[in-house]
Design a protein around this ligand. Structure first.
Ligand code: G3H
Ligand code: ZN
Length: 290
């Protein structure tokens, strides 16, 4: 089995993308695993600070490792957006395969300093760990949004600047960069998300020389995914679509059969919906399909 870093580099070279799916319980992990293993592709399980708190840091590692070991399967665990060095250190020490230090709301100099601190610490513990960082703000939570949040700017001049990105990567030594290229976290209740700037993705990829990660993948069309992948995206994050499907379907199951008490029964449809979405996304991320 390759390391996560090797899989990402491989995707970067052959223009395809690894799927990154957020989970917050064992059941959704199982659903994501079931879908990915049918396609026999490597994938990343993402847990945010909140999801780590909910599941438990050691439990996240143990659960993902149990799948990797039992099935000899390339499943990897990412700490998805950690906002402090201490939290990055905790997940690195716990054995995560990847960490995203999110210092995007810090002034650039502080973001560089804190990111570099995470990179140096990560390398000293595990040379194979993937360290990613963000440049350009794309909003906070994976939610169903009434409107684009006020603090997310969708005008092109607010997106990640390619030269600044190249400087950031050189100074920090990160493995992957998450840029702001028109993407936003979450989905809009009314209307579509803004278009991605494909030319900008291409320019950033050329200038930084490392793989790029697309956050805020929910609600983006397969056609745009394909163009983004060919422009330089190697990992794509999906969360909100899974959350919406899980909640909606679980709610329907509970409503339809108020007497069913077994969660292994009333959760079944919700998990099947997660499987379906993951399958569709993985199909879209495999740009070499027939
Ligand atoms: O890190 C998480 C992702 O970027 C998810 O974005 O909720 O829009 O799918 P999303
Ligand atoms: Zn994200």
């Amino acid at each position: 089995m390759l390391t996560l870093k090797q899989y990402i580099v491989h995707c970067d070279q052959k223009h395809s993308a690894i799927g990154h799916f957020n989970i917050s319980n064992l059941e959704s992990l199982k659903a994501v695993f079931t879908a990915a293993s049918k396609r026999q592709v490597p994938f990343i399980v993402g847990v945010s600070e909140e999801e780590i708190r909910f599941i438990g840091i050691k439990q996240c590692v143990a659960l993902v490792r149990s799948y990797r070991e039992e099935y000899n399967y390339p499943i990897f665990l990412n700490a998805d957006h950690v906002y402090s060095f201490q939290n990055a250190k905790d997940v690195i020490d716990a054995g995560f395969d990847s960490v995203i230090f999110d210092g995007v709301r810090l002034p650039l100099g502080d973001n560089i300093r804190e990111t570099k601190k995470c990179v140096d610490y990560a390398r000293s513990v595990n040379p194979n760990i993937v360290v990613e960082a963000e440049l350009g703000y794309i909003g906070m939570p994976s939610r169903f949004l009434e409107a684009i949040p006020d603090d997310v700017h969708t005008d092109k001049k607010s997106f990640t600047n390619p030269d600044e990105a190249a400087h950031f990567v050189k100074e920090t030594g990160i493995d992957c960069l998450a840029p702001s290229v028109g993407n936003i976290h979450g989905m809009l209740k009314f209307g579509k998300k803004p278009e991605l700037d494909i030319d900008l993705i291409k320019e950033i990829r050329e200038k930084v020389g490392i793989p790029l990660v697309l956050h805020g993948g929910s609600g983006i069309s397969d056609f745009i995914f394909e163009r983004a992948i060919f422009a330089g995206i190697s990992v794509i994050h999906i969360n909100t679509e899974l959350r919406i499907a899980f909640r909606k379907t679980l709610f329907e199951s509970l409503k339809n059969d108020p007497n069913e008490l077994s969660s292994s029964v009333y959760m079944e449809n919700a998990l099947f919906e997660i499987e379906k979405i993951v399958d569709e996304k993985l199909k879209a991320f495999d740009t070499h399909k027939e």
